[in-house]
Design a binder for this molecule. Structure first.
Ligand SMILES: *[C@@H]1O[C@H](CO)[C@@H](O)[C@H](O)[C@H]1NC(C)=O
Ligand SMILES: *[C@@H]1O[C@H](CO)[C@@H](O)[C@H](O)[C@H]1NC(C)=O
Length: 436
């Protein structure tokens, strides 16, 4: 009996040792897989094994030329906490933040930026915000399309004139990506969509075409989703322009769920808040247009200003940026939401379990897209901010100005809309698959 107990005890001990060794090997494998190997020495491995919250020694990592560390521990206590706007941490200046614009808040950002990320200004439109929103990439011609701001005073749009859509060639942008400023070296062409998309603001790919969200104009041109042909003659067809007889407020952004193929879009009163649309007759909501039956359903009414919309690559989560803090011509209300909410997409395509995913660090988050690993990128008040799927800020592509939207334009290539500045970035990440 006693020897049986001893043998059981020995077996148990052996099992414990084996599990510990196995766990250690898996931990090493995980860290290797997570791309941290270049960061690792045996001590950091051991300490990270002992305490999952311990900080790895990152001092031996040499960063790409255009990158700099911005680890959270360096700013968690500040000698002086400045009023909200651009955040210039102690020891930095706006110039130093712009000089190395890839800000690494977490070592996992290193895989996203790759070994030699670059940021180039490829066009400058002076005071007219020509590079605002709706960036969409068309792989067959390798062109990226985008629109002017539909409501900014400096755009001269409003009730007088609809904002315009333009395009650039991505290979041309790639050819100047070794420069920091290539203004004038990349051709920007106006695209004569016909019939025109009235005040486009959001866009996505759709079965070889684009869908643009048009905000409408006055009370006679209701907001609409337009299907648009990305090649000449650039013809367009309206997909939806009313909710059972009522005009939308100003449809803002559109995304297709890769799991069910349906078209989801946000509708928000920015046209009214920018004086080019009448008083709203619907709440601000997110809608779903069934791609087959054309049935239109409201899927979320729980945000003040639902703005950008996207899905995780598997279609299981929807992300919507909430720009409640921005009331356009009525100004900013900093205590209002300015973050990203995540919803679970139920098997029947409805949204549930709204969860706060992130609150942005500068102004608001606007355009939003995932990479192929499910990391979440949003255009914010200081550039493109990137979070992992748990909402941890991994890093920023810092432009020092509002980057309302951006788009992957092929693997490791990205266009960034900086209102009057158009940027092109090269990096390590790949966008989510364009599967529709
Ligand atoms: C239309 O344009 C004119 C002159 O260009 C300007 O004076 C007027 O304020 C504009 N109206 C609106 C509603 O934007
Ligand atoms: C463009 O026109 C062609 C030819 O009439 C038509 O087949 C196609 O569906 C149109 N595309 C759009 C987006 O309207």
């Amino acid at each position: 009996m006693a020897s049986l107990q001893a043998r059981t005890l020995n077996t148990l001990l052996a099992m414990v040792v084996i599990s510990l060794v196995t766990a250690f090997i898996f931990q090493c494998a995980f860290l290797y897989y997570a791309g941290g190997l270049k960061a690792l020495n045996p001590f950091s491995l051991l300490s990270s094994f002992a305490n999952p919250n311990s900080i790895m020694d990152l001092s031996s990592i040499s960063l790409p030329a255009q990158a700099q560390w911005m680890l959270p521990a360096s700013t968690v206590v500040l000698p002086f906490v400045q009023p909200p706007d651009l955040f210039i941490p102690p020891g930095t200046t706006l110039e130093s933040l712009l000089e190395k614009p890839f800000h690494v808040h977490h070592q996992d950002f290193l895989d996203i930026i790759g070994l030699n990320p670059t940021l180039t200004k490829i066009a400058d439109s002076g005071t007219n915000p020509m590079f605002h929103e709706a960036p969409v990439w068309y792989p067959p011609t390798d062109e990226v399309f985008f629109c002017q701001n539909a409501g900014a005073k400096a755009a001269g749009t409003g009730l007088n004139r609809s904002s315009v859509l333009q395009k650039v060639s991505v290979p041309q942008a790639v050819s100047v990506s070794h420069l920091r400023d290539a203004t004038g070296q990349v051709k920007v062409d106006v695209v004569p969509f016909d019939p025109p998309v009235i005040n486009p603001n959001g866009g996505t790919n759709y079965h070889g075409n684009f869908i643009f969200a048009g905000e409408g104009q006055g009370s006679q041109v209701p907001p609409a989703l337009y299907l648009a042909n990305p090649v000449a003659p650039y013809n367009t067809t309206k997909l939806v322009n009313n909710y059972y007889g009522r005009q939308f407020n100003s449809v803002n952004d559109v995304a297709v769920n890769p799991a069910n193929g349906d078209i989801y879009f946000t509708d928000v009163t920015y046209g009214y808040l920018q004086d080019f649309r009448p008083e709203p007759v619907l709440p601000n909501q997110a809608y779903r247009l069934n791609a087959v039956t054309k049935a239109l359903t409201a899927v979320a009414d729980d945000q003040i200003n639902p703005n950008g919309i996207t899905f995780s690559p598997d279609g299981k989560y929807a992300y919507i940026t909430e720009t409640g803090a921005s009331m356009a011509f009525q100004g900013y209300i900093q205590s209002r939401p300015a973050g990203i909410y995540r919803y679970t997409v139920a098997p029947d395509g409805t949204f549930e379990n709204r969860k706060l995913f992130a609150h942005v660090t500068v102004r608001i988050a606007d355009g939003i897209h995932c990479d192929n690993k499910g990391n979440v990128y949003a255009g914010c008040g200081d550039g493109v901010n990137v979070w992992n799927p748990s909402g941890v800020l991994l890093g920023k592509i810092f432009t020092g100005r509002t980057a309302a939207n951006f788009q992957f334009t092929g693997d490791g290539r990205m266009i960034i809309m900086g209102a009057t500045h158009l940027y092109f970035a090269t990096l390590g990440a790949k966008g989510a698959e364009l599967s529709w």
